[in-house]
Design a protein around this ligand. Sequence first.
Ligand code: NAI
Length: 243
Amino acid sequence: MQDKVVLVTGAASGIGAAAARRFAAEGARVVLADINETAGTALAAALGGHFVVVDVTREDQIERAVARTVELHGRLDCMINNAGVVGAVGSLLETTAQAWRATQAVLLDSVFYGIKHAARQMREQRSGVILSVSSIAGVMGGLGPHAYTAAKHGVIGLTRSAAAELSQYGIRVNAVAPGTTVTPLVEQVRGGREAAMEGAKQVSPLGSALLPEEIAASLLYLASDAAAHVTAHTLVVDSGVTA
Ligand code: NAI
């Protein structure tokens, strides 16, 4: 990863923050993008990287983040589409079209924008890696809320179709599908870190909680030359939950 240029969305917290830390530790030049300016700016400063404030539901803002990255570093080697929320919860029968749409905007539209604008730059370079964070809710139903599940399945489908188109430019496109990972998102749902750690342990067939650093390690593998011929793939990192 030495001197590779990496743009991470949702980098102010959880999996995105762990990825930014890990890639920076491996020598990459990291650009952190998030809607949370305070936390994103602080982490970028600590890592010697840059921060761009981005709402991933806005195509123009993702396009601008890619342009800013290229302005800073001259290229984009790896794009990580990670920003996410839980979104609409509850019965499908009670889900409003508005809540559904808002969830798709953060979880799926954002990945389309990220792939599109990263790939336009990478096509010029004739190289690059695009990674997106799906979920085990992207490979099976019944685990999460409906809008989230549909969006995360969509991320995997888009990963495969984009990989098929973009191979001709030397661009690889992959996804990771984490199981329950102890991040602020899960801590919020569970009501605190201890409860989140306990809950993650309980759902893990391996008996230990999955941490964001482990998802970052999988992203690092997929971004690296060790995965030079891995594309259109979704790496499930779930302690065996979907076995
Ligand atoms: P988190 O809540 O710790 O971090 C998410 C980050 O995304 C935050 O910094 C937030 O500000 C940012 N964000 C949210 N909406 C945004 C927007 N519109 N524009 C820009 N940034 C925005 O969550 P976590 O757990 O790190 O989630 C990261 C990704 O991993 C998400 O896509 C999530 O669905 C996925 N995931 C998480 C799992 C978990 O158990 N934590 C399991 C499977 C997938």
